[in-house]
Ligand binder design. Structure first.
Ligand SMILES: [Zn+2]
Length: 203
């Protein structure tokens, strides 16, 4: 089980899904929540290359000097995370996206998009959001969530891990499109061991 965002598995296949997976787990039982402080969100954004090192340090010192603002930004980010979760968990069962959740994600992403700048990429350019305010952290993840929505026609559906006490979301990149677990090494092998034990129980 993951204990922090700096060591959790990034098995979602997309930053918006790794953001959602900061609750370990969502199936069977809820939690623990790995977003205990704004620092946890900064650490995740840095691991996912949404923030460079200097922006991350700037946000860390802002959070330390303005703890109340940091708490507000964290509460907003968690509200966004739950909306993103509800959107994508429904893809697995082919249900429509809830309009209120879609509206929240759209509104937060729009705030970020107005501040995006063109930045040189390895080849060509990309849109980037220079983050210098604690509240913009959530906007980074909202923009990623809208990217995932926009790409729906060109990608596989998001799946929910069926492992016991998991429920993490992931994009199924497997060849046959029938992957069941967020990770073969953890949820997949637990499930195989459990099936084996059930089969070998004396009758
Ligand atoms: Zn899993």
């Amino acid at each position: 089980m993951a204990t922090s965002t700096s060591e959790m598995r990034l098995s979602g296949g997309h930053p918006a899904l790794d953001f959602v997976n900061t609750v370990d787990s969502r199936r069977g039982r809820w939690g623990p929540d790995l977003l205990q402080s704004l620092e946890d969100l900064v650490a995740l954004a840095e691991r996912l290359d949404l923030l460079d090192h200097s922006a991350a340090s700037r946000l860390r010192s802002q959070a330390a000097s303005m703890p109340e603002e940091a708490d507000l930004a964290l509460t907003g980010a968690k509200r966004l995370r739950e909306a993103v979760y509800r959107l994508f968990v429904l893809e697995d069962v082919g249900e429509p996206y809830p309009p209120e959740d879609l509206g929240l994600v759209e509104a937060i992403a729009q705030l970020g998009r107005t501040h995006q700048v063109l930045e040189a990429a390895d080849i060509g350019f990309k849109w980037a959001l220079p983050v210098d305010d604690l509240h913009q952290l959530g906007q980074l993840f909202a923009i990623k969530a809208t990217d995932l929505l926009i790409e729906r026609g060109q990608r596989r559906a998001v799946r929910e891990c069926k492992g016991d006490n998991c429920g993490w979301l992931f994009i199924d990149h497997s060849r046959n499109g029938r992957r069941m677990w967020c990770s073969e090494a953890t949820c997949g092998s637990h499930s195989r061991v459990k099936r084996f034990r059930m089969r070998s129980k004396p009758r």
